[in-house]
Structure formats: structure tokens, C-alpha cells
Design a protein around this ligand. Structure first.
Ligand code: PLP
Length: 408
């Protein structure tokens, strides 16, 4: 008899985006004349930077000629891309990373989801609340939790991110082994400064723990005092892994390219306390279960490091950040407090009401779709997330409608 992994049955069905879709469809049915503006899902709207597109086209042509055709590439990625990433994204910022420590992949979703499988079943895992759901669900699938009750799985150490702590979780009261952090944060848009990040690195060093640092939104950081990488923090190489993505950086959500940085010093332990290289484990896992990102996609990705590519990426991020500033202003003018939208594409609004009630209000009165904060965890209750990923016209219209509907 073929039996299932029973842990999958513990997963709470993610009704969030299907619930949103249902409510939007119902509204649209009743108001066919209203153009619904979607500021819910975090997907980019601007096309690929021309520099990437040109490199993409050239590489596709390479695939059509025998002399330049490429078959299987290195599973970890081509040196031409790994070297550029190490040089521009890390070493140039004072975080020395070698190209051999960069693993190219087809998404930060897969990497943040898969990384936990290197570790024992009975480790203690710390996960922020609210959170990008992949970290939690993949640990549930792996059997590291009990059943869920009131939105919380038994066995997980939750790290609340609330207005009281400025949306930066406090160090856990109980010892933990694996820690997920995400900055700039999805969904709150909060950022972390060097001192606060150093507290986490020091904690991990003192407790032989490991930090999985998701920096998928790093490119939105414009405040020079903020760290772009956890490896800018002294001592992080032994205790941290960092995930990056080109999805939001350069519009690759549909093209797919990301990377994970695992320093050679990064260490985990056997049951007897023998130190083991996490780089070696991830290398083994990656080369066994993954066969590399396609050559044209890696060529397109490498183009973000050309002079033209850098300018075009900056223009795109400027555009979304200007959208975010419009949203922040409108929200504040309406008397709501919010975080994010600066150094981040997400604005986390204290709706002073039930998340879903506020969602319905915005949809029904303004024809604007946001994401109810409760969908990201119990600490998200009372909040909504508004995304800056849309056209300027749509963002402006959405904020005008919201101001008319909720103002006065
Ligand atoms: N990490 C965070 C925090 C995200 O918000 C997202 C996408 O929304 C991802 C990772 C996934 O990125 P990718 O498109 O590279 O899979």
C-alpha cells in the first residue's frame, strides 16, 4: 500500500489568495463597470530590463548554432554569473564572498523551502510571525511540528513582529537551532539595522545555531546605513546562509533566477557535536537534486551587472519605490499608521480593524485589492499589506479611490 507523508495533512490549506480571488470575482460580478485595481499579490509589472532581454536573445541564438550550443551546465551555475554576483553584490560591499560560495537556482522560493532538509528532524526552528509562508509550511512537511491550533503549530518557536518591537523580532526566550529572518521583510516591509542584525549573528554564534537570511528584497534598500547582506556583519560567515532573487530585482518572476550564498565556514553539527560544512551539504544536495538554470536565463541575469543593466535595474526599483511613496502618503493622510514602503515595496498598514473586514471595505468601497495581514500569521491580524508593484496610473487611481472612499 502506498502511504502518504502524514505531515502533509497537518498543513492548513492556504485559502488566502483563493479567498481573495473569490471575493474579487463576486465584487466584479456585481460591479462589472468598475475596474478593480490589484495591489495584493507581490508580482512585478515592468518588463525585463532591455540589457537582460538583449543578452537573453543572444544566448537563445547561441543555443541554435552547433559552435555555441550548450547542453547541461554546472548545477551550481555558470562561473560568468557566480563571479559577477560575488564581486558586485558582496565583495564590493565589504562582504567577501567567493564565486564558489554562490549557488544559482530557479528561485528563492525553492531554496528557502529546500534548505531545511539538510538538518535533523528534531531541531528547534524559529519562524517570524507574520511570515512568508514557505518557511513554515516546509518545516511542517518535514515533520518538525505538531498539529496547528489557532494559527500556531506546536513545536515551532514563533518570533512575533509587532508594532511594539518595530517589526523586528526579539531574540527567542528558549534555545533554537534554525532561525529564519527576512529583511527587507515580506509582508511588513520592515528593515533591520546593523546593530539588531548583529544581535542575531551573536546569538547564532553563542548557540551553535544557523540563520537562514532571506534578502529577496535587498535591491530596494536605499538607506546607506542598512546592511544589504548578513555577511556585512562580523562573524556571520560561520552561522548564516543568504537567499537572493532576481524576481523583484530585475523582473524575473516569470523568467526564474535566484541564488543562495553558503560560505565555506558555515557549520552545522552531527549528533556527537562534530562540525560539518553546510556548504558541502548544500553542494551535495544541489548537485543531486537540481540540474541548473537554463543558459539563456543565466546570461540574461548576468546582464544586470553591465553598466546599462545597473542603470535599468535602478530605474525599475525607483519606479516601484515612487509608487510606494504615493501609497504611504495616501495611507498616512487618511490617518492610518504604516511601516515599509521605504527600502521596501510593501506597505504594512494598521487598519485599526479586522484584516478581512478592512480588505472587504477597500474592495467594496474603492475597488482596490490588498492582502489581509492575518493571512501571514496571527500577528498580522489587524493589518493589511499593500504592494507597490503596479503601474503608476493604477497606483494613483487606487489611492484617489481609497481617499474618496475612506476619507472624511
Ligand atoms: N522570499 C520572499 C520573502 C518572497 O516574498 C518571495 C516572493 O514573493 C520569494 C522569496 C520567492 O522568490 P522567487 O521568485 O525567487 O522564488
Amino acid at each position: 500500500m502506498i502511504r502518504i507523508n502524514e505531515h502533509y495533512r497537518k498543513l492548513k490549506s492556504s485559502y488566502l489568495f483563493s479567498d481573495i480571488a473569490k471575493r474579487v470575482a463576486a465584487f466584479q460580478g456585481a460591479h462589472p463597470e468598475t475596474e478593480v485595481i490589484k495591489l495584493g499579490i507581490g508580482d512585478v509589472t515592468l518588463p525585463l530590463p532591455p540589457a537582460c532581454l538583449e543578452a537573453f536573445h543572444r544566448a537563445v541564438d547561441d543555443m541554435g548554432r552547433e559552435e555555441t550550443f550548450r547542453g547541461y551546465g554546472p548545477e551550481q551555475g555558470y562561473p560568468f554569473l557566480r563571479e559577477k554576483i560575488a564581486e558586485h553584490d558582496f565583495t564590493a560591499r565589504g562582504a567577501a564572498i567567493d564565486a564558489s560560495e554562490v549557488f544559482i537556482s530557479d528561485g528563492a522560493k525553492c531554496d528557502t523551502g529546500n534548505f531545511q532538509e539538510l538538518f535533523a528532524d528534531d531541531i528547534r526552528v524559529a519562524i517570524p510571525d507574520p511570515v512568508y509562508p514557505v518557511y513554515l509550511d516546509t518545516n511542517v512537511m518535514a515533520g518538525r511540528t505538531g498539529e496547528a491550533e489557532a494559527g500556531r503549530y506546536a513545536g515551532i518557536t514563533y518570533l512575533p513582529s509587532t508594532a511594539e518591537n518595530g517589526f523586528i523580532p526579539e531574540l527567542p526566550a528558549e534555545p533554537v537551532d534554525l532561525i529564519y529572518l527576512c529583511f527587507p521583510n515580506n509582508p511588513t516591509g520592515a528593515t533591520i539595522d546593523r546593530d539588531r542584525l548583529k544581535l542575531w549573528v551573536d546569538y547564532a554564534r553563542a548557540n551553535q545555531a544557523l540563520i537562514l537570511f532571506d534578502a529577496a528584497y535587498e535591491v530596494f534598500i536605499r538607506d546607506d546605513t542598512l546592511p544589504h547582506s548578513i555577511f556585512e556583519i562580523e562573524g556571520a560567515r560561520e552561522v548564516a546562509v543568504e537567499f537572493r532573487s532576481l524576481s523583484k530585482t530585475a523582473g524575473f518572476t516569470g523568467t526564474r533566477c535566484a541564488f543562495t550564498v553558503v560560505p565555506k565556514e558555515c557549520t552545522a553539527y552531527t549528533a556527537d557535536g562534530e562540525p560539518i560544512s553546510v556548504h558541502a551539504l548544500w553542494h551535495r544536495r544541489h548537485t543531486t537534486k537540481f540540474n541548473g538554470v537554463s543558459y539563456p536565463v543565466q546570461r540574461a541575469a548576468a546582464a544586470i551587472f553591465t553598466e546599462a543593466g545597473r542603470v535599468q535595474v535602478k530605474e525599475r526599483i525607483d519606479y516601484y519605490l515612487a509608487n510606494a511613496a504615493i501609497i504611504r502618503q495616501a495611507v498616512k493622510d487618511l490617518g492610518y499608521s504604516c511601516v515599509g514602503g521605504v527600502n521596501s515595496p510593501y506597505i504594512w498598514v494598521d487598519g485599526k480593524a479586522d484584516s478581512w473586514a478592512f480588505f472587504d471595505l477597500l474592495l467594496n468601497r474603492a475597488g482596490v485589492v490588498c492582502t489581509p495581514g492575518a493571512g501571514f500569521g496571527p500577528c498580522g491580524e489587524g493589518y493589511i499589506r499593500i504592494s507597490a508593484f503596479n503601474s503608476r496610473r493604477n497606483v494613483e487611481h487606487a489611492m484617489e479611490r481609497m481617499t474618496r472612499a475612506l476619507g472624511g
